[in-house]
Design a protein around this ligand. Structure first.
Ligand code: NAD
Length: 447
């Protein structure tokens, strides 16, 4: 197609957010300077970016950091003090998140620990009256997702999950709008490319890192031999490999599934639902091929062919990944930006704008537009009239879908599932797969 990018971007107006879920939650108290005081738990790679995102928003003071690793805790503490050196709040550093939660002046908590800690810290924060921005996947297992959803409701708090593809990345929203408005015809399948499932921990013991509280790092998980691939020595830059091990996380099924299954649910209007049947891979040794059937008849299949997701309907398909977008109709390219070296006539933004202009002009379904995931959370914390774009319900149901997919890899069995009752049906599955065994000092709090 010979399309001019500038022409396409001109005159495109994105629809405003629909009003959703007026709720009865109200702020816990207004501070003298009106700013939202934020505490941070887990000062690793992701927190550095998220904390910066919070600090770059108006009306926020980051007042506390917490990490079980002394080097990272101290570095974050010193960094914040430096950032506020010309005026700002007093900053505190904690090794134990419970001390941070006991500070009544803190309004909201960011949780960016490894996944095995998410639910415990989040539920305790909610019980302490804090709003929570918790990284994705929201929890380590199904029971924890149910607990977080219940706790948000019971304690009337605001929660955002870190599945931020609904904010800023318009390619995902446009893909979902094409699906929701039947542009592809009746939706048949969804393919998600997310990477491989978790495996049991298998690393060799290495000398303990000084200043790291290894017992607390492991927390609810078994206390495995220390290896720096789990908790790197010093202030690291990359994303540590704890995410590959089932004791701490869910492999790429939760790591990337929390992004792409989230979008699959958005596209299907299934935010408060989930699959009804989960089928293992045809070859039990495969690390892809698990499929999940939804009540609308759509089959979502895990394939490992890069990264992204493809919705396919009777008339066409749309692929979306970060910065990539591809719409086909009747097997022919309609709008395509997959590789900047090849697809030179159109940018990703241009393709999305063109899709909107061409196919969604009179769309009946317009999805919420959020340009900044952190701002979306902060606005909800302030006004308490609506839920964040990836609230506990969105993040909780997505996490559950990821966990069910993981169980199909772990146990290699067909499962039938009731997404409303959060229970296996038809004599399939095992309720033990829905939770975990906790070490005594680190159990999930009662709600
Ligand atoms: N939204 C995204 O796109 C995105 C991207 C990367 C990571 N993440 C998520 O962010 C989270 C952190 O990932 P990461 O790669 O930055 O991990 P990381 O290992 O770099 O950081 C985790 C930090 O938590 C600390 N920690 C562990 N247990 C703790 C406890 N009980 N109390 C306080 N601190 C504790 C660790 O010492 C470490 O410093 C994960 O949930 C991950 O899935 C999200």
């Amino acid at each position: 197609m010979n399309l001019n990018r500038r022409t396409m971007l001109k005159g495109i107006v994105f629809a405003g957010a629909p009003l959703i879920l007026p709720s009865s939650v109200w702020a816990q108290g207004t501070k003298a300077n009106g700013k939202i005081r934020v505490g941070c738990v887990g000062m690793g790679t992701q927190m550095r970016g998220v904390m910066k995102g919070f600090r770059s928003n108006d009306g926020v003071e980051v007042v506390a950091v917490c990490d079980v690793d002394t080097t990272r805790r101290t570095a974050a503490f010193e960094g914040l003090k430096q950032a506020y050196k010309d005026g700002g709040p007093e900053v505190k550093a904690y090794a134990d998140y419970r001390e941070l939660l006991a500070d009544k002046s803190i309004d909201a908590v960011i949780v960016a620990t490894p996944d095995h800690w998410h639910a415990i810290i989040t539920v305790e924060a909610l019980k302490a009256g804090k709003d929570v921005y918790c990284e994705k996947p929201l929890t380590h297992n199904v029971k924890e997702a149910i607990a977080v959803m219940e706790a948000v409701k019971k304690y009337n708090r605001v929660l955002q999950t870190g599945s931020m593809q609904r904010s800023a990345n318009q390619e995902f929203r446009v893909a979902c709008e094409l699906v929701r408005n039947n542009v592809l015809g009746k939706l048949k399948t969804i393919e998600i490319n997310i990477g491989v499932p978790a495996i049991p921990y298998n690393l060799k013991e290495e000398a303990m890192e000084p200043g790291l509280d290894w017992d607390r790092w492991c927390g609810p998980a078994p206390k495995v031999p220390y290896n720096p691939e789990l908790s790197p020595r010093g202030v690291h830059k990359g994303f540590p490999s704890w995410r590959n091990y089932s004791e701490f996380a869910t492999g790429m099924i939760g790591d990337w599934g929390a992004h792409h299954i989230d979008i699959a649910h958005w596209g299907m209007d299934m935010d408060n639902s989930g699959p009804i049947e989960i089928l293992p891979s045809t070859n039990p040794n495969n690390t892809d091929g698990v499929s999940m059937k939804y009540a609308n008849g759509v089959v979502l299949t895990h394939v490992n062919k890069g990264n992204g997701l493809t919705f396919t309907g009777e008339n066409g398909s749309v692929f979306a990944a970060r910065g990539r977008f591809h719409l086909t109709m009747d097997g022919k390219d309609v709008l395509r930006f997959l590789d900047g070296k090849v697809d030179k006539t159109l940018s990703c933004e241009g393709a999305c704008a063109m899709a909107t202009k061409t196919f969604l002009k009179d769309a009946k379904v317009k999805l919420e537009v959020s340009k900044n995931h952190v701002r979306n959370f902060l606005d909800c914390v302030k006004d308490r009239q609506r839920k964040p774009i990836t609230s506990e319900l969105v993040g909780g149901h997505t996490a559950i879908a990821c966990h069910l997919m993981s169980q199909a890899y772990y146990n290699k069995q067909r499962m039938c599932w009731d997404p409303a009752a959060f229970a296996f049906t038809n004599g399939t599955g095992d309720p033990a797969w829905l939770g975990r065994v906790y070490r005594e000092a680190y159990t999930l709090p009662t709600i």
